[in-house]
Structure formats: structure tokens, C-alpha cells
Design a binder for this molecule. Sequence first.
Ligand code: UD1
Ligand code: MG
Length: 462
Amino acid sequence: MTSKFTIILAAGKGTRMKSKLHKVLHQIAGKSMVDHVLTQVEQLHPEAVVTVVGHDADAVKAELGDRTQFAEQKEQLGTGHAVMQAEGILGGRRGVTMIVSGDTPLLTADTFNKLFAYHADKGAKATILTAAAPDPTGYGRIIRGELGTVQKIVEQKDASPEEAQINEINTGVFCFDNEALFSALHEVTNDNAQGEYYLTDVIEILKNRGDVVAAYKMPNFDESMGVNDRVALSAAARVMRNRINEQHMRDGVTLVDPERTYIDADVKIGSDTVIEPGAYLKGKTVIGSDCHVGTGSTITDSTIEDGVTITSSTIEDSIMRTGSDIGPNSHLRPQSDIGEGAHIGNFCEVKKATIGAGTKVGHLTYVGDATLGKNINVGCGVVFVNYDGVKKWHTNVGDEAFIGSNSNIVAPVEVADHSFIAAGSTITDDVPFHGMAIARARQTTKKDYWDRLPLAESEEWK
Ligand code: UD1
Ligand code: MG
């Protein structure tokens, strides 16, 4: 078996993004572009993957970790120069090296496999992955000879008006015989419009040596899209979104309006779940079956079990267990655990709190740093007072407790099972099993108050 190697180019600054963030770290569907590329490359199980880093190298290294080796390109002198930096790791090894840019996030492992197969089939020293672009502006053009064989690649800035008319473009992906690649790279010069060492010049060099150079034209241009600016970033995100959404629909998820549903690449969703327009499912979120996610909900890095209903709410780094529900307009902040069948109603905030099975937190309530047992009723406007200005404190509430509306539970305090808190109480002491705490000023009623008012005499008010 021929050894496979891959080089990912990710050293260029990406000036056209006009960003503080390195180009390949910009995200599409919740994942950096270079991560998308590496994820597909990994499916080929290459013997070695080398990512060429330079500009903001530390950030790119931190993003990819030990999933790849790195070669440093100190100065960004062009794509050919970038590939040369991998010679220390790959030079002299026998096999086929695929080169891919970190800014083509839509390419799939399937296409890479087809490129490798085509390359082997043609017995080529180099095979270019090409596509027909509706608008080829900005891409390198594929120059073919009379018999249709590839002659060279001409960059946009070096193209004659006739060459610029060609719509077959270089996707930036190649398969090379590894040894031929590095030997040809030594001959590349920077004598061109951009003063750069172009990887694309290797094609003409090999051709002139009499080597077989092939081009595999992929049928779908969209997949080859290179992202150099924010307009392309959004176009690529749209293609990715369609791809992700279509897969979920094929797997049995109802997307009421897929054009307006945003699901990150690594999100998982069970069948018969319905997602309404304007929902945004992010990060490592996992959603079960038979759930309903309503308009305007944002769910990040959370686990939603089966049969959960979420209405216009924001959920971060939390878990909602089977049959629970939330919303409209509530917020689960990190480390909230909503038990089976529990109900979080409207305008509630829960933070770092466990809400037991069947417990109801219906309206306008804040639960922070607390553990609530089962089947508790939390009235309207209850505040778990968790912060004394310096430190956060924890509260425990036992099963089947009843917390009256407009109560303040000042942590740390223990509210036992089957206990009661009267409405309007400010609780600072523990409440015992079967006990009832009432902590509010007694009502004073002024009888015949009306009579004291000067108005009482006027005809109008009688
Ligand atoms: C490149 C190709 C072009 C192709 C297009 C496809 C060249 C000369 N041109 O153009 O034919 O149609 O991709 O998207 O290869 N990089 C480095 N070091 C450098 C320069 C670039 O690592 O010194 C990296 C960049 O980070 C990027 C990739 O190489 O990931 C491509 O560079 P970019 O500047 O985007 O090239 P394009 O102009 O898009
Ligand atoms: Mg590019």
C-alpha cells in the first residue's frame, strides 16, 4: 500500500479577512475552518499530517493540538515556500502527499479519496483537484493544452485576459508523488506579480520534466469554495448549514424552515424532534428524540434528553432531563441540571443548580447555587440569594417543599423535606421537616382610614 501524507497550509495571515483573528480560525458552523479540514483529512488515516503554521502560529497550534505535526514558516513567502517547510518531516519519504489549504472548509473526505484514486489511476506525479467556478475571480486558472492535458496553473494576478476567461479553477488541493514534490519545489522562483513562491508553479515544472500531470475535476464547485474574506465566509457557512440541516432531516428531524435554522457541525439530534426557525444549536449539544425547540432558542454545549420542550430560551452548558420543559424567555446558565419532568416557566434564571424531578419553578424566579429535591413548588418571584458580595453560598431544599411567592432564600440555608415557606418571607434560618417558616412583617390594618382624608368631605368622592 502506498503511504499517504497530508500537508495543511495555514501560515498565511489572511489579510482580506481584515481581522485580529487568524483566517483559518474563523468559524463555520461552530468549528474553525482548519478544524473542518483536519476532521476530513483524519478520515483518510494518513501516515503523517503536517500543518504549516506561521502567522499566529501559537493560536493555530492550540486549536489543533496533537492531532497533527507542525512545521513553522517564519515568513509567509507563498504557498510553495510554505510546503517547503514540511520537507524536514516528509522529505525523502516514499508515498503520495496531499496538500490542502486551511481555508477550504467544505471539502469532504469522499472527495479526497476520489482524488487519491484518480491520481493512482493516472499514474501521475501530480494531480490537481479542480472545479468549474461560476465566477472564477481570485482563483488560479487551469491551463489545458490542445489535447486537454494540464499544462500549468496561472494565478489571477498573473493571468492574461484570455486566461482570466477560463472558469476551471485550482481548488488548492493536490496529490503529489512526495519525492517529486520536494525536488520540484527547489526550482520554484518568486518571479511573478505577487513576488511569492507559488506551489502552483510545481505543475509546470513537473510537466516540463515530462512527468504525468493530471487534473481531477470535481462536479460540485460549492464544495471547493476557498474563503478569503467575510463574504466568502458567509457563503461557505450557508453551504455548510444546508449540508448539516439536510443530514438531520434525512435522519428524521423536522426543521420547520431549514433556511433559518442554525446547527453547529458537532450537534446531535434524535428523531421526531421538531426545530422551529431561528433556533441556534451550538457546540457539543446533544438533543434527544421527540423534543420541541421553539423559535429564538439558543442551546450551547448542553444535553437535552428525550421529550423536552424548549420555548424561546437560552441554555448553556446544562442538562435537561426527560420530559422537562422551559420557557418562554428563561435562561439556564452553566451547570444547571433540570430533573425529569421538571418545569421551568417564564422569565426564570437558573445557575449552577440542580432541580429535582417534577419540581416546578414557574415564573420570574432566580435559582443560583442550589440543590432542589423532587416535586417542589417554587412560587412566583422567588430569589435564591446566593451572593453576599464576597462569596457564593449554597442552599438545599428538600422534596415536596413549598416555597411561597416572593420569598428570598438567603444562603446558606437548609429547607427540609415537606416544609413550607410562607409567601413574602426572607428566610435566613433553616426550616425543619414538616415545619412552616413565615418571615415577614405582620400586617397592620388602619380601620376607617378613608375618613381621615380631606377628600372624604368632597361631594365628588362620596
Ligand atoms: C490559492 C492558490 C490558487 C487557488 C486558491 C484556492 C497559490 C499560489 N494559489 O490562492 O491557485 O485557486 O488557493 O483557494 O497557491 N499560506 C501559507 N503560507 C504562505 C501563503 C499562504 O501557509 O506564505 C496558506 C494560507 O494560510 C492559506 C493557503 O496557504 O491557507 C492558501 O493561501 P491563500 O493566500 O488563501 O491563497 P489564494 O490566494 O486563495
Ligand atoms: Mg485562499
